[in-house]
Design a binder for this molecule. Structure first.
Ligand code: PLP
Length: 383
């Protein structure tokens, strides 16, 4: 085994499971492994654990238990809404509004359902990646069936004016779907205040289990199921329920909300360290909205540098970050998000994303901040 440092700064991609979450899950695997639909003692015990987790989560999110659907991921939650909403109601040309910087779970699903005659309005963002709510209001038509806007972006951390957008949707009687995957335990979700009808969340971004998602469905909204079969989740999602995962996400949400304030102030200190390091590097910028954006995500662009080479160089030093571009067959494809923010290719190609989590320490961020300037210098020479 290598004794090289392992500094994981890719927490927006996924996070390490919290040991307390794992303990809860192991308990379920060992002593409460019944199928929640069973009519016997094992099934009854499992069903009661399931409903008690649903009630706990509902309390944490300030919603009703009946408004929560357990899924396998945020991607499934988003697909459930998008593919469910187009299959209900009258068969007329339907129209969906989304922003240009939605996650592929939204963006690609919307592009996919275009083949069923759905019309899309893709709302542009400004340089910081922020949607102007009045552009959404102008885009609403009599046949608009849904507005989808993420609460905060996973690549650049920009937070959207969800309160204004929610009110516009409400006044126009258009359902509003919010992807809040990067926000749980980071900023308040304010589901009621922002008049949100559907919200997608995920366990593995908050030191909870991978393969567990949540879908909030406001009680006056209904949705046709994506998975058809058994009667689980009141007929809204067939398939045997992942009880260990659900008990795990419940614990992960509890921890994330309890620690939210303290973690945010830690991440603020981390950001300052990295920002100081970036300011010492020529032709380097921090993308998005540094002041008001999510505290755990920093997208950094370096002009005339290959971001993948920089990520590989940092990996050799034991530091894991992600890039803002992808390379296939030698062609570098820049991020759709950075392009939507109007970033020139010469900068977008040289982008890395650094994202913090509960298990990062100040010393780790200091180490990263110290090695970054020299790494950029070396990689620029070979880019
Ligand atoms: N939405 C955002 C903003 C994300 O960051 C992600 C994960 O990267 C997803 C949706 C998809 O989440 P999941 O992995 O639970 O499907």
């Amino acid at each position: 085994m290598s004794d090289k440092a392992e500094i994981y700064l890719d927490n927006a991609a996924t996070t390490k499971l919290d040991p307390s979450v794992l303990r809860r899950m192991v308990d379920v695997y060992t002593s409460n492994w019944g199928n929640t639909t069973g009519l016997h003692f094992a099934g009854k015990k499992a069903a009661s654990f399931l409903e008690s987790a649903r009630s706990d989560i509902a309390k944490s999110l300030n919603v009703k238990p009946s408004e929560l659907l357990f899924t396998s991921s945020a991607t499934e939650s988003i697909n459930t809404v998008l593919r469910g909403i187009i299959s209900t109601g009258e068969l007329r040309k339907k129209h969906i509004i989304l922003s240009a910087i939605e996650h592929p779970a939204v963006y690609k699903t919307c592009k996919y359902i275009e083949r069923y005659g759905i019309e899309l309005s893709i709302i542009p963002v400004n340089k910081q990646g922020i949607v102007n709510p009045s552009h959404i209001e102008e885009a609403i038509r009599p046949n608009t069936i849904l507005v989808v806007i993420m609460l905060a972006n996973n690549e650049i951390g920009t937070i959207q004016p969800i309160w204004e957008i929610g009110n516009i949707c409400h006044e126009n009687s258009v359902p509003f779907l919010v992807d809040a995957v990067q926000c749980l335990g980071k900023i308040p979700l304010e589901i009621e205040k922002c008049k949100i009808d559907f919200m997608a969340l995920s366990g593995h971004k908050i030191h909870g289990p991978i393969g567990v998602g949540l879908l909030y469905i406001r009680s006056d909204q209904s949705i046709s199921p994506l998975l058809i079969g058994g009667t689980q989740e009141s007929g809204r999602r067939a398939s045997s329920v992942n009880l260990p995962g659900i008990i795990g996400i419940n614990e992960a949400i509890r921890l994330a909300l309890n620690q939210q304030k303290a973690e945010q102030s830690r991440y603020n200190k981390f950001r300052e360290l990295v920002a100081n390091s970036v300011s010492s590097i020529p032709n380097a910028i921090i993308n998005g909205d540094y002041v008001n954006g999510l505290k755990h995500i920093l997208s950094i662009s370096f002009e005339n540098l290959d971001g993948e080479l920089l990520a590989m160089h940092l990996n050799q030093k034991g530091i894991a970050v992600s890039t803002g571009s992808s390379c296939s067959s030698g062609n570098v494809k820049v991020s759709r998000i950075l392009a939507a923010c109007g970033m020139p290719d010469a900068w977008a190609k040289g982008t890395i994303r650094v994202s913090f989590g509960r298990f990062n320490t100040y010393d780790e961020i200091q180490f990263f901040s110290n090695v970054l300037p020299d790494s950029v210098k070396k990689v620029r020479k070979i880019s």
